[in-house]
Design a protein around this ligand. Sequence first.
Ligand code: ADP
Ligand code: MG
Length: 254
Amino acid sequence: MKTLVTVGRGGTGKSSFSALMAKAFIEAKQAPILLVDADPDQNLAEMLGVDLKEAGKSTIADLIVSTFIEGGGTTVGVAPAQRIEARIWEKGLYESASFDFMAVGNKWIEGCYCMPNTALKNALESLTKNYKYVIVDSPAGLENLNRRITSKVDDVFDILDHSKKSQDHVKRAYRIAKEVDMKFQNFYIIGGYRFPPELGQEAETNLGFKYLGKIEADDELDQAVLDGESLLDLPNDNKAYLSVKKILETLDYL
Ligand SMILES: Nc1ncnc2c1ncn2[C@@H]1O[C@H](COP(=O)(O)OP(=O)(O)O)[C@@H](O)[C@H]1O
Ligand SMILES: [Mg+2]
């Protein structure tokens, strides 16, 4: 099992990149894969054509609240991690023919709920063992990821745009990952669709992380996002998709 985490500032194209990676793995028959939307904005679901509500599923946050905070009571003999894992299998996991999906959601984001956080982490550790790739679309804060979801990551992809802030994000994300003692194998930078490609080498030198290439700007993808269509249905010769495939080929994942 490999855990791949996408980070970056808002609007750099993290969620699109996560969806396109999934498309590439699905087409290469690299199953089974799990996508985790850890961004409270929750736009990954739509990019995958998933409607959680319609499927009768809940976000992990809602399940945590109903299991530990509202429910409150203890179920004798059942450890918290097992309780939440069972709830996730039943109510949190969206299963389709080609991928599984869950959304972390945005309740219980504030405050310290140490017990549910630990329980969730243990539950996810057990649950994710079933997958070949786990793709996590993460908001800027790696500390939340570490606290609630996983401390063990194979690759972190930091998506850059044209702003200087975006390069600052790389340094901060890396520092935070180290500070919170997240164990990751690789930290990579990727040029997002607005990133000037000629700055790739410079970014690699300045930041000290391997630059994997750029995600092509693509009107067809942008229109699909605008129309709320699944990016999995983009044609296989879509420009942005081909550039993501190339990045995964560089890493020998395809
Ligand atoms: N490769 C691309 N080409 C053109 N537009 C893109 C591309 N990737 C993302 N976008 C657009 O940028 C916006 C933000 O994309 P998104 O993937 O949601 O970013 P993030 O998750 O980092 O906030 C969306 O409107 C999307 O359509
Ligand atoms: Mg996003």
